[in-house]
Design a protein around this ligand. Structure first.
Ligand SMILES: [Zn+2]
Length: 84
């Protein structure tokens, strides 16, 4: 148990770039941690979504701010699965 917690903390602190690459069914309600209805998404890699401004770890582009609804429609358009 102690081990698991320390691994999670290390991931959060050091690998924040990698964890914004979303896989499988994307759940925007867990990504939008501050619940402001907005997330940051890469306009080239639609599965790269963060709650904070940043840079895409895949292509280096600045993430763009989208509302949750816009993000869902982007994911839908490009064939990504997301939690409705
Ligand atoms: Zn990208």
């Amino acid at each position: 148990m102690t081990n698991k917690t320390s691994v999670e903390q290390t991931t959060k602190n050091n690998n924040s770039n990698k964890i914004i690459i979303r896989k499988g069914i994307i759940d925007l309600s867990t990504i939008d941690k501050n619940k402001n209805g907005k997330v940051y998404e890469c306009p080239m890699d639609w599965n790269v979504i963060s709650d904070k401004p940043g840079v895409c770890p895949l292509c280096g582009m600045t993430l763009k701010e989208y509302s949750i609804e816009e993000t869902k429609s982007n994911l839908n358009k490009f064939g990504y699965e997301y939690k409705k």
